[in-house]
Design a protein around this ligand. Structure first.
Ligand code: AMP
Length: 494
């Protein structure tokens, strides 16, 4: 089905043509006509499926067909996203597709000065794309009026819940007009998402374009087993010998991202880090340089990478496996987007065997293992507990292991990053996220909690906690530096 059959006006069709798109993706084919009709939509679509255009195109069409209810200065469309990066990308999409139309839009997120945002809203905009925390801050200062919102979009709703935004969302929902169109996009339809949807959507059209918990089929996935101490060497070698020009590398911690970036730079590979402790300016700059191929490697933590949209990103490397299997799917979803092929490479050390097992169980397939002779793991190296930057507590990836790996312990990177994202509203309590919840749950694979052998490894765990304390200190130092930078920037802006 061509774009011309979907009910979009000529300005939009022209903008689509400028982008070089020939055919709508499945989510676009299904969503565009029903959104134009004004129906509520509940869509299960992963990133990379073309979902952003799937809602921005019909929303622009609707804006052109209807007149503002309450004067031209009112907000007619509100899009909520979990991260600043995703908000910025949705805004970019709206600009791209709406370039031959006359609608104004603005992005609202934390980590930057609030006053320019208040001023823009006061002037009047048609479309607001926002992260929930900052939007709520503005709303509580009575800086925004939602009474004319015709369409509300919750993008990547599953991640918003994971990040603990549920309370902010609930408060915001109470401020929305009852009569409105609501679109909810989520990578998966969890129980929580269904619950949220049932309270927000009226008779929604259900759209599901990818099977739940599946990885994008056009992404080839490979695991290289390697000792932890040799990962950096292997990564540099892969980048150099395979001549990778654009690689997104995931680490588990902010400190790890900084350290790896420095090491890659020292090895002559241009790299930048992107994580919650970086100022918004630094994050935007790093992403722009990466997109423009000025730097070869972008090292990111999970939260910062959420929503990163780079056309035809060819390689994603899991320098460290994520503790939560869902994050693996999100990570590798950065490549192989909209039908392009991509490669996801995981460097797995002995500590991470259990995490790999959990990931394979989650995606319901085994990932191909490719042995690299020069990097054969040393069999005498014993598995150690996984350090995760801050905090304690056993995680979902932990527990006893088939292969002797000890529990994956560690902090709560999502919560940490959330608190950094929201440094303007630190008084709000940290919400419980899925990692906390899953830590409280029973082991998912039903194994016994801990073997005697593992208990006898408490000595190693103690060493682990000392390392943990050191990592905590480093993260706290990063936090303080970041806070100072933010304050300085805010003062300068004022
Ligand atoms: P999304 O899932 O919205 O993050 O989109 C993923 C990528 O697909 C983006 O880089 C879009 O520019 C691209 N894209 C969206 N729609 C199409 C289409 N119909 N044909 C080709 N690429 C598309």
């Amino acid at each position: 089905m061509p774009f011309t059959n979907l009910g979009l006006n000529n300005s939009l069709l022209k903008a689509i043509k400028d982008q070089g798109y020939d055919t709508p993706t499945p989510i676009q084919q299904q969503a565009i006509p029903v959104v134009i009709e004004g129906k509520d939509v509940l869509a299960a679509a992963q990133t990379g499926t073309g979902k952003t255009a799937g809602f921005t195109l019909p929303l622009l069409e609707r804006l052109s067909e209807t007149h503002p209810k309450m004067g031209s200065k009112q907000i007619r469309v509100l899009v909520l996203t979990p991260t600043r990066e995703l908000a910025a990308q949705v805004a970019e999409s709206i600009k791209t597709y709406g370039k031959y139309m006359k609608y104004s839009s603005t992005v609202i997120f934390g980590g930057v000065g609030i006053y320019p945002q208040l001023a823009t809203i006061k002037k009047g905009v048609d479309i607001v794309i926002a992260t929930p925390g900052r939007l709520l801050d503005i709303a509580s200062q009575k800086g925004i009026d939602f009474s004319a919102v015709e369409t509300l979009v919750l993008d990547e709703a599953d991640r918003m819940l994971d990040m603990g935004f549920i309370h902010d969302i609930k408060k915001l929902m109470k401020m929305m007009p009852k009569q409105r169109q609501t679109l909810l996009f989520s990578a998966t339809f969890s129980k929580e998402i269904k619950q949220l949807a049932s309270g927000l959507l009226i008779d929604p059209v259900l759209i599901e374009v990818a099977r739940e918990n599946t990885t994008a089929e056009q992404v080839s996935q490979v695991v290289h087993y390697v000792d932890k101490g040799r990962k950096r060497e292997l990564l540099s070698q892969l980048i150099k010998t395979k001549e990778w020009r654009q690689v997104l590398v995931f680490t588990r911690t902010k400190h790890g991202a900084n350290k790896l970036t420095k090491q890659l730079e020292e090895a002559g590979i241009s790299a930048a880090a992107i994580h919650g402790n970086k100022s918004q300016g630094a994050r935007t700059k790093a992403l722009a340089s990466f997109k423009a191929n000025e730097i070869r490697v972008l090292v990111a933590t999970d939260i910062a990478a959420r929503g990163i949209d780079i056309d035809q990103l060819p390689h994603v490397v899991n320098y460290e496996l994520p503790n939560v299997p869902e994050d693996y799917v999100h990570r590798i979803g950065r490549t192989g987007r909209a039908g392009q092929s991509g490669e996801a490479i995981s460097l797995v050390c002995v500590d991470e065997h259990k995490l790999l097992f959990d990931i394979e169980k989650f995606i319901k397939s085994e990932i191909k293992k490719v042995h690299i002779e020069a990097f054969t793991p040393d069999p005498s190296i014993q598995a150690e507990p996984i350090q995760n930057g801050r905090g304690g507590g056993q995680r979902r990836g932990g527990g006893s292991s088939r292969n002797g790996a000890k529990p994956a312990s560690g902090g709560n990177s999502r919560n940490r990053n959330r608190s950094n994202n929201k440094n303007s509203s630190s008084k709000k309590p940290e919400a419980k996220n899925s990692e906390n919840r899953s830590a409280e749950k029973k082991r998912p694979d039903g194994e016994k909690p801990q073997s005697r052998k593992q208990r006898s490894n408490s000595q190693a765990s103690q060493i682990g906690s000392r390392i943990q304390e050191k990592l905590d200190k480093l993260d706290k130092r990063d936090d303080r530096t970041q806070e100072k930078n933010n304050n300085r920037n805010n003062n300068r802006r004022r």
